[in-house]
Write a protein of this length. Structure first.
Length: 218
């Protein structure tokens, strides 16, 4: 079954909705230029709300120094670190938590997604997973732009990926069948007017969890 990550959580109530609906991970954004940015204090409130549950809490950082990442991870109690900027895989050696690397899928042929993915796979230590997001110049995720599923499916055959980019409850099943990712990640797709929507969170998780991955599906 595909794992589900609800990213951009900033309210403990939405974290609890995610838990109750069956999410596997939530993401807390520590990128100050994001409208979803949370302080360590707010992040700790969210973390405390889901203590004792199987939910993994992922901290998202963009071009941040490892010492600050590690300090916030300890302060908040993060389980996994997502590097969503221009970081190279070598930084993973300085992160004291499992790491999700990020590459941006560009169907124009200008980017070398497979080469970037191999670079992450060869890192020491190896990443927990690699997130594939849509390539939007100057942006670091959360744009609602759909990634190229054909390219993503090719990469997914080579290792553990988290598929992001423009996913919603009405297209996540098709994305899972097409790409067969290890996990799916959503942020703007479960929002209404820029704020997390409990009903959309539930609908997304239900749609993803009800979609089996079987060999030969398209």
């Amino acid at each position: 079954m595909t794992l589900v990550k609800i990213c951009g959580i900033s309210d403990p109530r939405h974290a609890l909705v995610a838990v109750e609906a069956g999410a596997d991970m939530i993401g807390l954004v520590f990128y100050q230029e994001s409208r979803r940015n949370v302080t360590p204090e707010i992040a700790r409130e969210v973390r405390d709300a889901v203590d004792g549950t199987p939910l993994k809490v992922v901290g998202l950082f963009v071009n941040e120094k490892p010492d600050r990442i590690n300090r916030i991870a300890d302060e908040v109690g993060l389980d996994i670190i997502q590097l969503s900027g221009d970081e190279t895989p070598e930084i993973a050696a300085d992160i004291e938590r499992p790491v999700i690397g990020t590459i941006r899928v560009d169907s124009s042929g200008r980017s070398d997604e497979e080469g970037q993915f191999r670079h992450w796979q060869q890192a020491e230590p190896a990443p927990w997973a690699v997130l594939l997001d849509a390539h939007v110049p100057g942006m670091y995720g959360g744009t609602g732009t759909v990634a190229d599923w054909f390219v993503a499916a090719d990469i997914a055959r080579r290792g553990r990926i988290v598929l992001a980019g423009g996913l919603r409850s009405d297209n996540v099943a098709a994305a899972i069948r097409a790409v067969k990712p290890f996990a799916v990640d959503v942020s703007s797709g479960v929002e209404t007017n820029g704020a997390k929507d409990a009903d959309k969170i539930r609908a997304f998780i239900h749609a993803a969890k009800e979609t089996p991955i079987t060999a030969g599906t398209t």
